[in-house]
Design a protein around this ligand. Sequence first.
Ligand SMILES: Nc1ncnc2c1ncn2[C@@H]1O[C@H](COP(=O)(O)OP(=O)(O)OP(=O)(O)O)[C@@H](O)[C@H]1O
Length: 444
Amino acid sequence: MQFTGRAEEAETQPCSALPDDPFSEAPVSPAAFIARMEQLGPWLPDDPALPPVGLAVSGGGDSLCLAWLARHWRKNLLAFVVDHGLRAESAEEARLTVQRLTAMGVPARLLTLTTLTKGPGIAERARQARYAVLARACREAGCLDLLLGHQADDQVETIRMRQEAGSGPEGLAGMGWVTALPDVRLVRPLLSVSRQALRNTLRQAGLTWVDDPSNQDTRAERVRIRYSLQVQDTRHTLWQTGVKAGAARMQQDAERAAFLARQVTLRPEGWACLGPDLPEPEILSALIRCVGGLIYPPSPAAVARLQAARQEATLAGVQLVCGQAGWFLVREVAAMAAPIPAQTGARWDNRFELWLPSAVSAEGLSIAPGGLGLERKDRGGWTARFCATLPALWREDRRVAVPHLGWCAEEGLKHARFLFQPPVSVTGSGVYGLPETRGEQHHT
Ligand SMILES: Nc1ncnc2c1ncn2[C@@H]1O[C@H](COP(=O)(O)OP(=O)(O)OP(=O)(O)O)[C@@H](O)[C@H]1O
């Protein structure tokens, strides 16, 4: 297979009109794709001396087409192909995908998962393991952004699934064009392009792809929804629902960011100072997620009850505490994660990431809670209840450092640091609905 396309050639071909026609089947032109990327920037300049933009490529029609379009947009790319290791043929398929990407002029790295086992919840476990390995690979390669191949049909299916689950407007906005994770920005530039348009784009370019047989597995919820959404009108209505909810979400995120900047401090120690008034339930929910290191939001009804009661209580592993300066959210000690081995990049309790000076021996070193007994006025005046939730370094069963309190029993660990890296951003740094042109904010 050869990489032959050029943006100028493709401009003369019929193309789906981004961003407004998510159900057109016409091939996508690289020029339209490039225009979309400009809306979703800013991007680092396309310079080989700078980190590449990452691409997650399964080898399926969507992400392979993403790679082909992205290759017209810039040279400095790095694709990641994850082999979940769950099917006998997966290694060969992943190798073939790497080969196809290389032939397209996109450097590719194979990431092999070895610990997944078939069984209950495998789709979700595989998804989480995939995002974890992709985020790690991006960090190692210095990629600030990772492009994903989700497209309009995926978006409509997501919105329908969330509708069925009774989601509020936030969920009905569907997947974001941009979502910020602690390590990397996830970008989905194809959200307004149909699956069929992407396949037609590949056919026109003379490229082939691999279809994952698990996509046809009717036991999977997404596949059941896919078959139930054959009626075009239903899909259009769902798309419009998503666009409207997305615009509302962007507006709400802007208001939320203003409120947070005025009232709330998310402390590097991992707790939140809320001030004298409790924020509205949606903001409270996002803050609970941050402080608790929660992958999923707590139950909306439970958050609404907590907010209305205005009393100290515990929810989803987070305590609402009333202090002299107002309300606080702090991690519940009993809910914290078990100790883990300490090494640079280790993520404990889904909240804190460790950085160790390179000279330090990680032998016998672990991360576990350990601020108790060190609470003193000159270290911020946090009470035992707060300090008990701080991460500490332990060598065997001896506490050797609590970096947040500036306490250290081993000289080499003086510069060890725990970064508070909550799983979500409370300030809503995503892009939902239809992205707007960024105008002068754009860098390249
Ligand atoms: N094994 C994988 N390796 C790398 N990226 C992946 C992998 N599986 C999924 N992704 C990324 O996540 C996106 C959405 O995943 P999903 O499972 O919906 O895709 P798919 O239908 O398997 O493949 P495709 O989107 O390429 O047709 C993909 O477009 C791709 O960017």
